[in-house]
Write a protein that binds this ligand. Structure first.
Ligand code: WTA
Length: 650
C-alpha cells in the first residue's frame, strides 16, 4: 500500500478524510500478505466445520485448493446455524413479487423449506456430485433450491431467467444435468415470461435431461410432457423426513456458473464450498459493515454471480435479513425500488451503475415520494461507475450520509476484491474508484510485458497470488482455465480489465481489455453474440462491437456482410435482432445493425475490432490506431473510410 498522509485529493473527498491514515486496514492488509495462511485460517474459524482442515492452502499453479481436508456444509452455515439460535424467528428473506404479492421467511421457515426441498431432490435420485439446472424467476424457491442442493452436496447451475432456449441448452449440455427445475412463468413489467415453454424448447436439444420439475408461479396453462414433467407441489405433498446436512470437502464444488469469455462458448466457472464461503463470509462483513439489525438488499438477479455471493451466501452465512424483489425496477412506476426500501426499512442497498443511471435520468421526484432514511450504506457493482453518477447516488439516494462502496470483482473471483471496507475501517472515498484491495488481494497494474507500472499509468489489472474465492476450474476445460487466467502473464491471475492505480494506491478499473462487453452490467462476449448472428441464414460475416450508452454503459453494435442473394432492408435488420434475442436472450439485443460490403481486416485476416468500435462510437480514427500495433495506420484509415462510405456515416 502506498497510502500517504495529506494528499491533495483528500480535500475533494466526501467523507471520512479525518480517519487517514488507515491504521486498522493497513495492519490487516499487511498481515494478510505476510502470513496468508494464518490470516485465512483465522477467518475460516468464524464458520462451523464438521472437520478442521489439514492444510490452509495447496497452491500448485494454476490451481489453488483451500482448507484441504476440511469438511463443512453450506446450508448448515446459512440456515441451520441460525435456526438453532434466537435467529430462528428473525427474518431471513423479505420477498416481493412484481404483482405486489409478498412472502416473509424466518430462519426457521427457511430451515424447514430447505429440508423439504432437499428431500424432494433426494427422491428425484439426486445425490452428492450430481448436476442440476435451475431456470427460475426471482422467487424464494430459487435460493431454497440452491441451499437444498448444497445440503446434499449436489452441484447446481443457475441459468438466468432472461436467457433463451439455445443459451439454456448450451449450459445444460455442458453440465449434462439430468434435472431442470423451472416455473410455469415469471413476471416482467406486468407481462408473463413463459419459462416452461422456453424450457421445453431447450430440452429438445438436451438429451441428458430426464425430469423437468415445474413450480407454479403465474398459474397459466403450460404444455406438459407426461413421464418427464412433474409439479413441485406434488413432490412436496409426499411424506418427507428432515435431511441431515452432508459434510462435504472444502474443495467440493458448490456450483457452476456460466459466464462469457472471448470465445463463442460460455465458460462454466466452478466454485468451491469452503474457500468460496470463507471468502464471502469475510468480505460481506468487511465491505457492507452489516449489523444484526441490517436489512440488506442486493438488486442483482440470482442468475449472475452477484446474486449467488451477495444475495445468498454472504448475507445468509451471517444470518442477515435480505430483500428479494422479483420484477422490473420501473414497474408499475419508477418508484418501485424506493417503495421497497421504505416498506422493508432497507439499510444497505447494493445495485448497479446501469440502474442508478436509469433513475438519474428519470429525475429526483420519484425518490422524494419516499422516506429513504433507513439507508446507511450504498453499494455499486458490475461496471465502472461514472463519478457524476456516483455523486448523484450519494446525494439523492444516500442523502449525503451513506458511504458508497464501489466493489470490483468478477464471476471468477467469487467475491468482492477491490472495494472500500467500512467494516474494517472507513476510508476516504473517491467517486469512480473502487479504492483499495481487500485483505488477501494482491492486486497490481502491469504493462504488456507483465512489469508493474508506476502510479497513474494505465495497464492490465492482475492479482499476484490466489485468494480463497478463486474459481476451482472451468468445467470440463482445464486448458481454457490455464489459458484464460494464467498464461497472459505467467504465474499471476489475469482479470481481463484495464486499470490505473493512483498515487494513493487507489484502483480505477476502466473497463475490459478483451472482447467482453458489459451491457447493463451483464457480461457478454462479442464472440458469443457473433456466433448467434452468424446462425441467421442471411448472414455471411459479422463483427460485434459496442458503443457507449448513456444508461446501459455499453450497447451492442453489429457490422454485417450478407450472403449473396440477400439485400439490406429494415425487415432483415429486425429479423436479425429478433434472431439474436431468441438465441441468447433479450439481454443481448443489438442496439444498431449496420450492413456493410466488407469488414476491415488485417493482412492476416483478423477483423479490426478497434476500427469498428471507433466507427460505432463516432470516435476519430486517430484515437485508435496507436492501440493496435498489429495494424498499420494506412490500412486502418482505408478500412475506416470505406466503412464510413458504405454505411453513410454513423
Ligand atoms: C466489470 C460481476 C468497474 C469488470 C461481479 C469485471 C467492474 C467484470 C466493477 C466482471 C466495478 C465489475 N468497477 N468494473 N466496481 N465490477 N466490473 O463476471 O470489467 O459479471 O471484469 O462479475 O465486470 O463481470 P462479472
Amino acid at each position: 500500500m502506498t497510502a500517504k498522509r495529506g494528499m491533495d485529493s483528500a480535500s475533494r473527498l466526501p467523507t471520512n478524510t479525518y480517519l487517514w491514515p488507515l491504521k486498522r486496514y493497513t495492519e490487516m492488509y499487511r498481515r494478510s500478505l505476510d502470513e496468508p495462511e494464518a490470516f485465512w485460517a483465522e477467518q475460516a474459524r468464524k464458520l462451523d466445520w464438521f472437520k478442521t482442515w489439514d492444510r490452509v492452502l495447496e497452491w500448485r499453479l494454476p490451481y489453488a485448493r483451500w482448507f484441504v481436508g476440511g469438511k463443512l456444509n453450506v446450508s448448515f452455515q446459512c440456515v441451520d446455524r441460525h435456526a438453532t439460535t434466537w435467529r430462528k424467528s428473525k427474518v431471513a428473506i423479505y420477498w416481493e413479487g412484481e404483482p405486489g404479492d409478498t412472502r416473509v421467511l424466518s430462519y426457521s421457515t427457511l430451515f424447514r423449506e430447505v429440508n423439504h426441498f432437499a428431500s424432494v431432490l433426494k427422491r428425484l435420485g439426486i445425490g452428492k456430485g450430481d448436476k442440476i439446472a435451475l431456470y427460475l424467476p426471482m422467487i424464494p424457491e430459487l435460493p431454497i433450491f440452491m441451499l437444498a442442493c448444497g445440503r446434499i452436496g449436489a452441484v447446481y447451475t443457475v441459468i438466468f431467467s432472461g436467457f433463451s432456449p439455445q443459451a439454456i441448452a448450451d449450459r445444460v449440455n455442458d453440465t449434462q444435468a439430468k434435472v431442470i427445475i423451472t416455473a410455469d412463468g415469471g413476471y416482467r413489467r406486468g407481462k408473463t415470461v413463459k419459462l416452461k415453454e422456453l424450457t421445453d424448447e431447450a430440452v429438445k436439444l438436451c438429451p441428458s435431461v430426464e425430469k423437468v420439475v415445474v413450480i407454479k408461479r403465474t398459474g397459466e396453462a403450460v404444455p406438459w410432457t407426461k413421464g418427464r414433467d412433474i409439479w413441485l407441489s406434488s413432490l412436496l405433498d409426499e411424506p418427507h423426513e428432515p435431511v441431515a446436512p452432508e459434510p462435504v470437502e472444502a474443495t467440493h464444488p458448490l456450483y457452476i456458473l456460466y459466464t462469457s469469455g472471448t470465445t463463442g462458448k460460455p465458460k462454466g466457472i466452478i466454485h468451491s464450498t469452503g474457500g468460496y464461503l470463507v471468502y464471502n463470509h469475510s468480505t460481506y462483513q468487511w465491505v457492507f459493515n452489516a449489523r444484526e439489525e441490517s436489512v440488506f438488499w442486493c438488486t442483482a438477479d440470482v442468475g449472475w454471480v452477484t446474486g449467488h455471493s451477495s444475495i445468498v451466501y454472504g448475507p445468509l452465512s451471517h444470518g442477515a435479513a435480505i430483500v428479494i424483489y422479483e420484477g422490473a425496477a420501473d414497474y408499475p412506476t419508477l418508484d418501485r425500488w424506493w417503495n421497497i426500501i421504505e416498506k422493508y426499512g432497507v439499510t444497505i442497498l447494493y445495485t448497479s451503475p446501469t440502474a442508478i443511471r436509469m433513475f438519474m435520468r428519470s429525475g429526483e421526484e420519484w425518490l422524494k415520494k419516499h422516506d429513504l432514511s433507513s439507508l446507511e450504506l450504498l453499494g455499486s457493482v458490475g461496471e465502472p461507475i461514472n463519478p457524476e453518477v456516483w455523486q448523484w447516488y450519494y446525494k439523492n439516494v444516500g442523502r449525503e450520509m451513506c458511504p458508497v462502496v464501489d466493489t470490483w470483482w468478477q464471476t471468477e473471483t467469487g467475491g468482492i476484491m477491490i472495494s472500500p471496507a467500512p467494516g474494517i475501517e472507513p476510508i476516504p472515498l473517491k467517486p469512480g474508484s473502487a479504492t483499495l484491495p481487500l485483505p488477501g488481494v494482491d492486486a497490481a497494474v502491469v504493462d504488456a510485458s507483465g512489469k508493474e507500472l508506476p502510479p497513474c499509468h494505465t495497464g492490465y489489472l492482475v492479482i499476484k497470488r490466489p485468494w480463497p474465492g478463486l474459481l476451482l476450474d472451468i468445467y470440463g476445460n482445464p486448458e481454457r482455465y490455464r489459458e484464460a487466467y494464467w498464461s497472459r502473464f505467467p504465474g499471476v491471475y489475469y482479470t481481463g480489465d484495464f486499470a490505473m492505480r493512483d498515487e494513493d494506491g487507489y484502483f480505477w478499473v476502466l473497463g475490459r481489455a478483451d472482447e467482453v462487453l458489459k451491457v447493463a452490467g451483464h457480461r457478454l462476449g462479442t464472440a458469443e453474440i457473433e456466433s448467434a448472428v452468424i446462425s441467421h441464414p442471411a448472414v455471411a460475416e459479422v463483427a460485434a462491437t459496442s458503443r457507449p450508452d448513456a444508461v446501459k454503459g455499453q450497447a451492442i453494435v453489429l457490422f454485417i456482410t450478407l450472403k449473396e442473394g440477400n439485400s439490406p432492408s429494415d425487415a432483415l435488420r429486425k429479423d436479425i435482432i429478433k434472431h439474436v434475442r431468441q438465441t441468447i436472450g433479450p439481454v443481448a439485443t443489438p442496439s444498431k445493425v449496420y450492413f456493410v460490403q466488407s469488414l476491415p481486416k488485417t493482412r492476416s485476416g483478423k477483423i479490426m475490432r478497434r476500427v469498428l468500435k471507433a466507427v460505432a462510437s463516432g470516435e476519430s480514427i486517430g484515437d485508435i490506431t496507436s492501440l493496435d500495433d498489429e495494424t498499420s495506420v494506412a490500412e486502418a484509415k482505408r478500412a475506416y473510410q470505406s466503412l464510413k462510405k458504405t454505411q453513410g456515416g454513423v
